[in-house]
Design a binder for this molecule. Sequence first.
Ligand SMILES: Nc1ncnc2c1ncn2[C@@H]1O[C@H](COP(=O)(O)OP(=O)(O)OP(=O)(O)O)[C@@H](O)[C@H]1O
Length: 264
Amino acid sequence: MSAVLELADVTIRRGDAVLLDRVTWVVKPGERWVVLGSNGAGKTTLLQVAAAQLYPTSGAVGVLGELIGTVDVFDLRPRIGLTSAALAERIPRGEKVSDVVVSASYAVVGRWREQYDDLDHDRARSLLREVRADKLADRTFGTLSEGERKRVQIARALMTDPELLLLDEPAAGLDLGGREDLVSTLSVLAYDPSSPATVLVSHHVEEIPPGFTHVLMLREGRVVAQGPIEAALTPETLSATFGMPLVLEHHDGRFAARRRLHRG
Ligand SMILES: Nc1ncnc2c1ncn2[C@@H]1O[C@H](COP(=O)(O)OP(=O)(O)OP(=O)(O)O)[C@@H](O)[C@H]1O
């Protein structure tokens, strides 16, 4: 399997609820995907499937060339970088930022007794520099602003040199400046050919970083549209995804959306 991620007719059910409904999706090396959808559309569920944390009720999932269900997911997970609000909550607030990043190489949250070598520390420093957080290395995680925490989490997710990077709403809770900083950091990563295939979950087209190549749009667990952004992201698909008439604008590589007003 040459795809980084391959979902074939994947359905996830919990009781009577259908969280994902026959989703078929392929992510290839080098692609940068945005997953868009309203609250409850199934975006986090989809990301958990991609992170090999959730098994499908039906359908098949391939992650990094391995068929889920036939492989030890504990071997697979270090090859996947993930950031999410749930993971961020598990980071001890008193942990030094450089340790938050370096401890990812041992897949632990909270530095305990592991020995890290100089190479690990060098890599952690260079990743913090890449996300423009190198000045924060000696601070404790709990003293950082929300935007700074998001950047540290991205550095942590990149620490294991993952083949797949999954970012669940990295801009949630950021102010305008924080969002713009993060979008430009993610844009630099997106244009870097050495960056892993990336999937970014968002509610807002304004958060799509330039350099992202593909979009998958979800509504009530179903795929409304997917494909290269320039073809798949249109006022029609966006309106169908969010269930209201929307105007979509595209300037200088950035998108903006608002409700279409009916006059007269
Ligand atoms: N165990 C469960 N049982 C029943 N329904 C569930 C369960 N887990 C999640 N859901 C529902 O599945 C739907 C999809 O949830 P998910 O978290 O994937 O959505 P989301 O698109 O990430 O939403 P948000 O943007 O609000 O984070 C939601 O309606 C949620 O309430």
